[in-house]
Design a binder for this molecule. Sequence first.
Ligand code: AMP
Ligand code: MG
Length: 351
Amino acid sequence: METKVIKIDRTHPDTEQIKEAGRILREGGLVAFPTETVYGLGGDGLQETAAARIYAAKGRPSDNPLILHIAEVEDIEKLAVDIPELAYRLAEKFWPGPMTMILKKGPVVPYATTGGLDTVAIRMPSDEIARAIIKASGTYIAAPSANLSGRPSPTKAEHVIEDLSGRIEMIVDGGNSDIGLESSIIDLSGEVPMILRPGYITKEDFEQVVEEVTFDSAVLATKPQESVVAKAPGMKYRHYAPKGQITIVEGDTEAVVKKINELAAEQEENGIRVAVLCAEETKARYNCRHVYSLGSLKQEKEISAHLFAALRSFDTEQMEVIYSESFENTKLARAIMNRLRKAAGYQTLQV
Ligand code: AMP
Ligand code: MG
């Protein structure tokens, strides 16, 4: 299949292009489009065959549920039942934006979209191109991250082209994703609201609206999980991992820099391709050949926005061993470290 790539001018979006994307989706085709979190691989969430095509294009296990994207808050009533009042309060505060809510599934949503679950994940993105495409489709769009399963999520159209070219009808290029990490997921289907995936909206943010909110145990994990329930299957499957092995070196900054320099020098001497992943503040202190700064710790959104692109570049540059600093001291630390730990297969070194 030939994949059409179109570039959207954000200041003057071409309505014909948006309409075409909407038409492809309505007819059961697949369109990758930008959102503020990461690029999504969209398909009609109410058509079983479209959902099946999403799984096939990504090579994603079909028990890993999809998030349905909407363009108006009221749309939750079409997709979910027994909606708690809290859902409306959360929507008011955080939508449109990087928050996904888990609610009880309504009858129109096929099990093919929810991975067989009786709950449904719903998000209203703030990206205006994303919302315009959803509206133009006239339906609700299931859109997981637009990467091949197991690879880092795409934060620019080039990443999507790399992974999905030839597998989907269209890729809409809207520039770089602003946040660069997938949405925060909050489960409202149980007794107490529970965060299933940490993201840009933090527990502290949720606590402004929700009296009590807990973390799913897998979110707090610093070791691999034997997660059996497909409640938050993102936790069950291998994720984000570049081919090279990442080791996160944790401890006092001075000790970390010293240790990483020692380890990297040793590997380089043996002819191994080594990369260091660090913050801008410490970048100049590493002597190894390939040093990747994610940005300044003072601008945490830089760190989040650049993480997945860095992970991908380790593959393009055929890095065999990667040493990473820990990024614990930012508001987004929980979300960033959650992705980085998974990418490292939880391999850490304390110094
Ligand atoms: P992705 O869109 O690829 O970033 O991943 C979607 C993730 O949303 C899944 O891997 C799940 O972790 C989560 N998810 C989607 N639907 C549900 C649901 N009904 N219950 C719990 N988690 C869900
Ligand atoms: Mg994903």
